[in-house]
Design a protein around this ligand. Structure first.
Ligand code: PAF
Length: 279
């Protein structure tokens, strides 16, 4: 398995693979890999000759009061997991390799990135779209795989690829869950044992909303209240629970078209995401 630290090395290898007629699959990550990431690697491996995992804790997608400095990192463990999973190369640049000190060009998406996490984390999606565009230019992938847990991110990145004509096929892998249902996330390590036990209420709330939908409930306020109440009953603090169009993230009063019920909630200081598709 190769480890590339510079864009030039990464691009040279990618060009060589392309010349040899090999397709490249990219799984962009911020490291501290878990089984959810590895399921995205498996998706990439199924369709691509070469799989690259990028590991880069992207400073530009963190707000000034967020967890950039303490974001969990363990490169050796990540590398071992990648090797075991049959990854061909890791692209792990330092921030200075990715961003010139006087960088002044940004990639912004101006519609899908506005509500939900975009409204609560100003600048977050600008950092995500910019770094993903840069990762595409470094790794030159044919396929890129992202996780459904970040449902809004997945939509924003599909729009990035469509609107800037990146020759990349974006695939979205389903949410991977712990045995009790909690969506896997690198940030789960922040939870104290007590918070970890209670945080399962997020997925329980999402499941309860799914059950209400399956029983015929279509009122957005009711579906959201079901998830909201499960979280508050466990001592969590919902940041948002919203029913939105799965197509363009318009807020929906009724689940009368394909919808996503999207949740962000705090347990202690840790903010976690989950979601489900309805319809
Ligand atoms: O989902 C993530 O881990 C990050 O937002 C991504 C897509 C790797 C960009 O830094």
């Amino acid at each position: 398995m190769h480890v590339f630290r510079t864009i030039a090395e990464m691009q040279a290898a990618a060009r060589q693979w392309h010349r040899a007629g090999q397709t490249i699959g990219l799984v962009p990550t911020m490291g501290y890999l878990h089984a959810g990431h590895l399921s995205l690697v498996a998706l990439a491996k199924a369709d691509c000759a070469v799989v690259v995992v990028s590991i880069f804790v992207n400073p530009t997608q963190f707000g000034p009061t967020e967890d950039l400095a303490r974001y969990p990192r363990d490169f050796e463990r990540d590398a071992a997991l990648c090797r075991e999973a049959g990854v061909d190369a890791i692209f792990a640049p330092e921030p200075a390799e990715m961003y010139a000190a006087d960088a002044s060009v940004w990639v912004t998406e101006e519609q899908l990135s506005q509500p939900l996490c975009g409204a609560r984390r100003p600048g977050h999606f600008r950092g995500v779209t910019t770094v993903v565009a840069k990762l595409f230019n470094a790794v030159l992938p044919d396929v890129a795989v992202f996780g459904q847990k970040d449902a809004q991110q997945a939509l924003v990145l599909q729009r990035l690829v469509r609107d800037l004509n990146f020759p990349v096929d974006v695939r979205i892998g389903t949410i991977h869950r712990e045995a009790d249902g909690l969506a896997m996330s690198s940030r789960n390590v922040y939870l104290s044992p007590d918070e970890r036990r209670r945080a399962v209420a997020i997925s329980r709330g999402v499941r309860a909303a799914e059950a209400a939908y399956a029983a015929g409930e279509r009122d957005g306020a009711v579906l959201c209240a079901v998830a909201h109440n499960a979280i508050t009953a466990a001592g969590g603090r919902p940041d948002y629970v919203e029913l939105r169009s799965r197509h363009d993230l318009r807020e929906l009063a009724e689940a009368s078209e394909p919808a996503v019920l999207a949740v962000a909630a705090f347990f202690g200081a840790t903010r976690l995401l989950d979601n489900t598709f309805l319809g």
